[in-house]
Design a protein around this ligand. Sequence first.
Ligand code: GLC
Length: 715
Amino acid sequence: MSEPPPPFRRTDLPVELRVDDLLGRMTLEEKIDQLHQCGASDTNPNNLALRPDAFRPTYGSFIVGGSPAVLEVRNACQRRVVTESRLGIPAVFAADVIHGYRALAPLPLAQACTWDPELVRRGCALAAAEARAQGIDWTFAPMVDHCVDARWGRIAETFGESPHAASAFSAASVRGFQGEQLGGRDSVAACLKHYVGYGASEGGRDYVYTGISPQSLWEMHLPPFEAGIRAGARTVMSGFNDLNGVPASANQYTLTEILRRRWGLTGPVVSDWDSVVQLVNQGFAADDAEAAEKAFTAGLDIDMSSGLYRDHLAAHVAAGRVTLAAVDEAVRRVLRLKFELGLFERPYAEANALTDAAPDPGQFALLEELAARSLVLLKNDGVLPLAASARRIALLGPLAADSAPLLGCWAQYGQPAETQSIAQALKERLPAGVQLRVEQGCSIQGAASDNPAAAVEVARESDLVILCVGEDGPMSGENASRTTLRLAGRQEELVQAVAATGKPIVLVLVSGRPLELAAFEGKMSAIVAAWAGGTRAAAALADTLLGRRNPSGRLAVTWPRTTGQIPLYHNMRPRGRGGDQGAYRDMPTTPLYEFAHGLGYTTFGYGALRLDRTEVKPDGRLVAEVTVTNTGACEGVETVFWFIRDPAASITRPLKELKHFEQASLAPGASRVFRFAIEPRRDLSFPDDDGRSVLEPGEIILLVGGQSASFRVTR
Ligand code: GLC
């Protein structure tokens, strides 16, 4: 008669009972090892094969990635964990699948310009299916930091400057990654990062101090994390940043008071890479042991890569500095995640059609939709869509024939060879008889081989120039801060030299951030922010330039004229003086392109803004409507943005705050009523410096489509 399985092995029991049973069987060392995370790929110094001492079968989680054979590395590691450890507790395997695995979508900042959370959800679902097929159980995404400084390379990973929009995309991403049921073939655990305030990095530098007022923390930085948790996100990652003097990875107020007591997160919080040991560099801990104690007692559950929990927690428990109950609670969160992922029943990942597979046409269609909808037409004097009269086209610039930069940062699994370049996509689509000549003119960052004159020569012999400039993938993302948004290398020289030919220029920008265009913007006939649009960026761009697609992207960040204007964002607080007092003396204080700016190939007319009442009680409801008509000649997608302005409050309010957005596709001549049903407690309140929601009586101004109307909140 075989022994009945222990309760933790029984799938008929509730997860909490299984967790309790397993926890009761574990030694302190086994518990602490569950709180250790290290690398398990063949490009990581913690690699199991290279450093057997780095591996213990009782470790709780591993980061895979870098190596192409992720599934093999993952299952080999899991086999050792399950067979060599006393209790056979499976490990959970994580990776950075930020905007796709091998089938890459546009960067998150670009995806935010689609203003289509459902489309973004679908992109994350595709990424989850691909990641799962490599044996990845947990992705370190979505990144939902708030940033208004494009010198910071990681702005590329954010969903832009509006907390309302970032919250919508955070929730959509979580639903896309986690799907209906964690542990399914197409779902991975999401991880909201980098909690919290990392995007306010001083000077746009990385890993530095972030001075954020408590009220701004609640108003600008916390909402997308709360939205992600409300959408069911299972995990959170703490940031590198020193948050107002108490680093985010050891901040009791944010990690325990807010995440646990206010928001009820039940899953684990993992540190960022070495952010526990970095507490010593930041001057928050005297040594490694103190760093481990401070991070853990603040509420950080898993130590990524530094090893300080593994090396010091047992001693802290023995000395009474850390309680066993606290260790148990952290381990409980890790075990709960593993049970929810089904890892005890299915510890090994199985290959399927998506494993190490090139993206297929079905995936291409979604990637192209995401890339096309994220693209923002910033300027157009009518040169776009390209007319049939353009018989000789010069395709110039370092991004014209190089496909790798289109993948952007965090694209380590992407395959440039599977990614069409802009030149290839245009050649495929241009009508017969149209001459396309391609000349790089210069590199992205400058090289001895740069030859702008060659590009200028091709421009002279053309009817029209498409000039592709910007950044390569590593120029945005982590540890990619820049002192200027200006084009790198000799690109600006190339732009000016080509502009001097007098030929009409369509400027295509491939980047992870807004770029400084002030010196030549006026000389361009059209400007397209194509961002790093992913595997199918070139196809989407070519279809847009040729008029097969009508661009509908709208900026999710303010686009400054120059770096010197930073920070410049739509939801700034008003200044004390009017007119030009307080404005810059050397340049307009307005941005080059406003938040939510974007052009298309059709036009939309807005009817009169209508309110169903002019007063509303706190628990009442006010319905605002506007009728939008496609007044142009082709179908188009219009996004209607509803802003509020609270002109007088106990805490100063932004010049305007996005509170609702809605999108629809309209045929030429078609109209649609867009509605914003305002619920004051949800839409008109604001947080105080401890996150309490404040709703005050008084005037509110509603702004939509260039119109405004006032109403009052009454007691
Ligand atoms: C990095 C990044 C973080 C990433 C983690 C694991 O330093 O800050 O976004 O998820 O380490 O690679």
